[in-house]
Design a protein around this ligand. Structure first.
Ligand code: TEU
Ligand code: CA
Length: 545
């Protein structure tokens, strides 16, 4: 029903707190910094914030290693600051989605501290322990997603524990019902504080059966999510979005189908990993539009009547989209607007990652010393030790490191980009003098106002939220075009993904139609004939009148 599906017409903005805004000059973004920018977000028009983790944490993985789910990391602020953020956001019509990291905790979580003390600890079974092999080595050869083995030897009890991420992020044992109860209680505690929902970190890993080598999409996954739904957010009209790297459309329907009582939607990654050679982000391959069109079209079509799409180009783990699928040089502004239109005119809930709305780009630090991300550093060292050259790895880091998304938000042209009054925890992208919020707000033609307009259009046209998606010009190698339609209206969306002008043959159904151009990055088109000339990265969406 309408009320419980409010997130169908939501637009979400993701904040990575460490890199967003530093209010007290310690070089680290914080909650008061976020509060100071709520007017900016309201002006952009978003009505949901996904807040990356702000919980107490030793920050081995920038907060995705939680040592207390019910406290705030001191570098980010206090629980009072958190309550103030919830209140001030609510006052501006913005809900806050918390990042729920429950595949693992920090090794400094009291549960783990107790668990590793003895085999008799009441918390021992909160984690996953196995005997060493007779020769003392790891129980098996499973690997961690952050490099190396998934097993860490623990001297105190002479066993190994399992960690799919860093060794400081031990996996919780979701085969233990006591873990469910503890996590559900914690979730309800946050729900009672008035949050708008959860983004569920690597949630498709919690049904794992490691003795069978199954990690993603395990047999227990959906029963677990149904149990979680019932025990926590199920009857609460909250937005829940699962991070699911292994999702196909079929799997996504299991998570987000209306009758399933699991989640509102999931993040799928097929449109991202198609530039990774054999699923390896450290072997990037050329971007190819036909493949991207095929993936996005498939998701639009397959989730037409069942399930719900999330729409995103960027997050805190991914390189900047204008650098990947657009042009970060000469056509930065045109291509950033084109990419925004392509995504925001599709069916689903759009997510904007901080800085995307001003066209922030990848960074290319000259030295590996300037990188901070644990995944980047681990793989750089592992691969160079195994014979990959430093040049090759550094090039891959420039292309796909998570730190591309984590350089400080560029607010103005003052030193430290207005992010902080002192040296930030990670270097600012040197292009901040040209690319920053202040400049964007002072330029009526900026990428910022393009995003603002896209959000306004979504509010003004229910067709953008609910209409059917129909691909056009499917074979075209440079242009991604589609129709959105319902019983009353049609919107045509045409995007040139190349840095050349291209001529397209207008599909018969559109020939000689008059247009009311809703959004564009060159000049509006008023009607269509049999051919259409598109400028480099030209893009528009128009009502057919
Ligand atoms: O990410 C899951 C994840 O698999 C990514 O870390 C992925 O390995 C990488 O970015 C792509 O190669 C989530 C969070 O979004 C990420 O920030 C955390 O580091 C990770 O989980 C562990 O909590
Ligand atoms: Ca700070």
């Amino acid at each position: 029903n309408k009320l419980s599906n409010w997130w169908h017409d939501a637009v979400v903005y993701q904040i990575y707190p460490r890199s967003f805004c530093d209010s007290n000059g310690d070089g680290i973004g914080d909650l008061q910094g976020i509060i100071s920018k709520l007017d900016y977000l309201q002006n952009l028009g978003v009505n949901v914030i996904w807040l990356s983790p702000v919980y107490r944490s030793p920050m081995d993985d920038n907060g995705y290693d939680i040592s207390d789910y019910q406290d705030i990391a001191p570098e980010f602020g206090t629980m009072e600051d958190m309550q103030q953020l919830l209140d001030e956001a609510k006052y501006r019509g913005i809900r806050i989605i918390m990042d729920l990291v429950v595949n693992h905790t920090s090794d400094e979580h009291p549960w783990f501290i107790s668990a590793r003390e003895s085999k008799d600890s009441p918390y021992r079974d909160y984690y996953i322990w196995r005997d060493k092999q007779v020769d003392g080595t790891e129980p098996d050869d499973q690997g961690s997603l952050f490099g190396g083995s998934a097993w860490q030897y623990d001297e105190q009890t002479d066993e190994y524990y399992y960690h799919l991420f860093s060794k400081r992020q031990p996996d919780l044992n979701w085969e233990n019902p006591a873990v469910h109860q503890a996590i559900f209680e914690m979730m309800n505690w946050w729900i009672d504080k008035g949050i708008g929902g959860f983004r569920l970190d690597v949630i498709d890993l919690i049904g794992k059966e490691i003795d069978k080598g199954i990690t993603g999409n395990g047999p227990n996954l959906h029963p677990l999510l149904q149990k979680m739904n019932k025990a926590t957010f199920g009857d609460k009209a909250l937005l829940t979005v699962g991070e699911t790297w292994g999702a196909t459309p079929e799997i996504a329907k299991l998570f987000s189908g209306e009758q399933r009582e699991e989640l509102s939607m999931v993040f799928q990654f097929e449109h991202i990993t198609l530039t990774w050679k054999e699923g390896d982000k450290w072997q990037p391959v050329e971007f190819n539009l036909p493949a991207l069109k095929q993936v996005l079209t498939k998701w639009q079509v397959e989730l037409e009547t069942e399930g719900w799409n999330s729409l995103f180009w960027n997050n805190h783990d991914l390189p900047r989209i204008v650098s990947k699928y657009g042009d970060e040089g000469q056509y930065r502004v045109e291509s950033a607007k084109m990419l925004a239109t392509t995504l925001h005119m599709m069916k689903g809930t759009p997510y904007i990652y901080q800085g995307e709305e001003i066209g922030m780009t990848n960074v290319a630090f000259e030295s590996i010393e300037d990188y901070c991300d644990i995944e980047t550093l681990n793989f750089y060292h592992e691969r160079t030790a195994n014979g990959v050259t430093e040049e090759t790895m550094l090039a891959a880091v420039h292309e796909n490191s998570r730190d591309n998304a984590r350089t400080p938000m560029q607010w103005d042209s003052s030193s430290c980009a207005g992010f902080s009054s002192s040296k930030p925890w990670i270097k600012v992208n040197p292009n901040y003098k040209n690319i920053n919020v202040e400049a964007a707000l002072n330029d009526a033609q900026s990428i910022f106002y393009h995003y603002q307009r896209l959000i306004e259009l979504r509010r003004a046209f229910p067709l953008i939220v609910n209409g059917r998606f129909k691909p056009l010009l499917e074979q075209h190698e440079q242009v991604f075009a589609y129709l959105r339609e319902d019983e009353h209206q049609q919107i045509v969306v045409i995007n040139n993904f190349s840095n050349q002008s291209v001529v397209i043959s207008v599909p018969k159904i559109l020939e000689d139609k008059n247009l009311e151009c809703l959004i564009y990055n060159y000049e509006p088109h008023l009607q269509l004939s049999s051919q259409l000339v598109l400028q480099p990265y030209e893009s528009f969406a128009a009502l057919i009148v």
